[in-house]
Design a protein around this ligand. Sequence first.
Ligand code: FES
Length: 114
Amino acid sequence: MDNYDVQREQAEGSREWIQINLRESLEDGKATEVMIKERVIAVFRHEGGLFAMDGMCAHQGGPISEGQVEHGCVTCPWHGWQYELDTGIQTINRQPLQETFQIRESDGKLEILI
Ligand code: FES
């Protein structure tokens, strides 16, 4: 998890945009995880979109960034719970169990609102 640098960008209420400088570009279909404010955040690029969610599965803390991603959802590698990337909704019970975060890209740099 040390393939990035973190830089605070701007404040918005109690949240702020945190700039993530990845040492390698995040290609479509790939994921990584970063540590921000003592939280593990999973970052995905999928079908041209960027997504950020809690990197520890709501079930038992599995590594969400290592899950299989398809059709806008990630499947946790430990026991198969599946979440929508953009909402964090668990696809079986339709509850938003996994926290998601706004993410944007500017000049090749990723920024997460957290
Ligand atoms: S820890 Fe993710 S499904 Fe169990």
